[in-house]
Design a protein. Structure first.
Length: 354
């Protein structure tokens, strides 16, 4: 906690995707740490919106814009003068990426290129932490957790687009922001890969916990498409604090930490989808579910696990909440946060940081 407060208090921080689920929590977390936050993103896509309910516009200077608008993005760098950048903006939904691959590739790949090129033209020192996903890794079929040196790949357009973002970041790092030449350019570029994050304020389509909450609120049974799929479920605060620790270490030693890092739960804490639903329904106070597998559903990886040993060794980061705790915290947020969700959000942030 002290390390993060000492690093971010009073610093200018630019967060792309600040109106999204993870972005809203990042803004609230940085506000708690005393940072001066500027956000750049499209308007909130969902209604309800976690960002709106947290009062995000009161926590940051919010700039509504598209990452594909190069000039507006470049102007934001000039006005915000960021010492830190967290690039979270993306089209993150696998099933939507099948429906609209062009938007997915443009938003994710071109958006990342535009952020990095705006950074290339920016005249101040800056730490940039680019957020990708556990899905950047080529499916090995071995069941072994993925490590940072594993091959990048992708089946669906979303996964492929984020794997491309890793390659784009690597290209810019080697071509313009080489760690050995930090004294010349003043930029440190790292990438962070996390899995299925959960938490209050997520109302996106085709996500398990939001689907559960919607069904429970409507008094309906929960539909499960892939009951045996295993995901590294973790509360949204787990990877966000990991990103902050990574950026803090980049700030102290820009060359050493200009690299890729995994942020996942304990390998033995991965939980099948059906079990997640059972825990969530119990936390809600009861409910029913049914399994309705679609034989024509688009491909999604059945097993995803990350090896986070590097983050533990280099950054001192470790998961704090088990998958079951994360599910319970998530359901509790939806049950108790209400329309003015900032106090309850801050309560959960303080519980985590404690």
């Amino acid at each position: 906690m002290d390390e993060l407060l000492n690093t971010f208090r009073g610093q200018n921080v630019l967060v792309t995707g600040h109106t999204g689920f993870k972005g809203a929590w990042m803004v609230a977390l940085l506000d708690r740490l005393g940072a001066k936050v500027t956000g750049y993103a499209l308007s909130p896509e969902t209604n309800p919106s976690g960002y709106v309910r947290m009062g995000g516009d009161r926590l940051c200077e919010s700039i509504i814009g598209d990452l594909r608008d190069r000039e507006k993005l470049a102007a934001t760098f000039i006005s915000a003068r960021p010492r830190f950048i967290f690039h979270l903006a993306a089209q993150t939904l696998v099933r939507r990426s099948y429906r609209d691959p062009i938007d997915t590739f443009e938003s994710n790949i071109l958006g990342t290129i535009n952020v990095l090129d705006a950074l290339r033209r920016y005249d101040g020192p800056c730490v940039a932490t680019l957020i990708t996903t556990d899905k950047v890794y080529a499916e090995s079929g071995t069941g072994q957790p993925y490590v940072e040196s594993d091959k990048f790949g992708g089946h669906d357009p979303y996964s492929t687009s984020k794997a491309c973002c890793e390659l784009v970041a690597q290209s810019y790092r080697l071509s313009y922001f080489h760690p050995d030449k930090f004294a010349q350019h003043g930029k440190s570029i790292a990438t962070a890969r996390a899995g299925n994050v959960i938490g209050g304020g997520d109302w996106c389509e085709d996500r398990l916990l939001p689907d559960v909450v919607r069904a429970m609120a409507a008094g309906e049974s929960v539909r499960i498409r892939n009951p045996r799929s295993v995901r590294p479920w973790q509360h949204v605060l787990e990877p966000l604090v990991g990103y902050l620790l990574l950026a803090a270490n980049q700030y102290q030693d820009p060359a050493k930490y200009s690299d890729g890092y995994n942020f996942g739960p304990a390998v033995n804490d991965a939980v099948e989808v059906e079990r997640v639903v059972q825990i969530a329904l119990n936390a809600w106070g009861g409910g029913k579910y049914y399994i309705d597998q679609d034989p024509n559903a688009p491909h999604e990886a059945k097993l995803l696990r990350l090896d986070s040993s590097k983050a533990k060794t280099d950054l001192g980061w470790r998961p704090q909440w088990s998958a079951e705790q994360a599910i319970n915290k998530t359901v509790s947020w939806y049950r108790h946060a209400g329309e003015n969700a900032l106090p309850y959000t801050r309560q959960q942030i303080d519980e985590y940081l404690a």
